[in-house]
Design a binder for this molecule. Structure first.
Ligand code: PLP
Length: 240
């Protein structure tokens, strides 16, 4: 299902898709008495080229998400130089040996999920004097293969990150199991965040972003609804 439209057609598609996604999120926010400004739309540009990101920037999109450090390094330095107000979110698992590059390029980290990574990020942020807001990723579906801190370890982990390491922990993030109905996971993440006195929630993707907003998401991560389907071959290497 690889589609190869003309560049002009593609940028129009992206602008149109972005408008549709924004409209849906605004409606969802209003439906539960929230303001649309309380929801940050992160356009997930993984596997898509610089031109696609430029088209989104031209349509006033500023928050972008990438899940691999190396791919982001190939695309974003030039884009950020041209558009200093672009905010780049790391939404994929981070290896400690890439923490240095991640702290230097990204602006927000959504995948803080283990003590070793927390320690490394604390050191790197101090070294670079770049204190990036972090979301703690929670493995709400208890999936053995999935990243994220175990639910029962969350309290101690947040305390370690926030109180001991002084990391700017702003909220929680989750990726519900693909086979599950997502709403119980979103509702649960919200409850966990309240318990930890964290105000931000990174949850919801193309298929369930509006639902996530109705359940309190402050950050939704939307890829295919904006940029179109990803190439399957690239998808398989999409986790670093
Ligand atoms: C790829 C990805 C998304 C976006 O997925 P879509 O279904 O294309 O919207 C959101 N969150 C994470 C963590 C991802 O890796």
């Amino acid at each position: 299902m690889t589609k190869i439209p003309t560049p002009l057609g593609e940028s129009q598609n992206i602008a149109t898709s972005l408008a549709r996604v924004r409209e849906g999120l605004s409606k969802a926010a209003r439906a539960v008495g929230r303001s649309a400004e309380g929801v940050t739309l992160i356009a997930v540009s993984k596997t898509h080229g610089v031109e696609a990101v430029r088209a989104a920037i031209a349509a006033n999109q500023r928050h972008f998400g990438e899940n691999r450090v190396q791919e982001a390094e190939e695309k974003f330095p030039i884009l950020k130089a041209a558009h200093p107000d672009v905010v780049l979110h790391l939404i994929g698992p981070l290896q400690t040996n890439k923490a240095k590059e991640a702290v230097s390029l990204f602006d927000v980290i959504h995948t803080l999920d283990r003590p070793k990574l927390a320690e490394k990020l604390k050191d790197e942020m101090a070294k670079q004097n770049r204190h990036l807001p972090c979301f703690v990723q929670v493995n709400t579906g208890r999936e053995p293969q999935k990243a994220g801190i175990a639910i029962e370890d969350l309290g101690a982990f947040v305390a370690l990150c926030r109180d001991q390491y002084k990391l700017p922990v702003v909220g929680l993030m989750c990726i519900p199991p693909v086979a599950d109905e997502p709403s119980p996971h979103f509702a649960f993440l919200r409850k966990l965040a309240q318990e930890q006195r964290l105000s931000q929630l990174s949850m919801g993707m193309s298929s369930d972003a509006e639902l996530a907003v109705r359940l309190g998401a402050t950050h939704v991560r939307v890829g295919s609804s904006i940029f179109g389907q990803r190439n399957q071959g690239q998808e398989s290497i999409s986790e670093s």
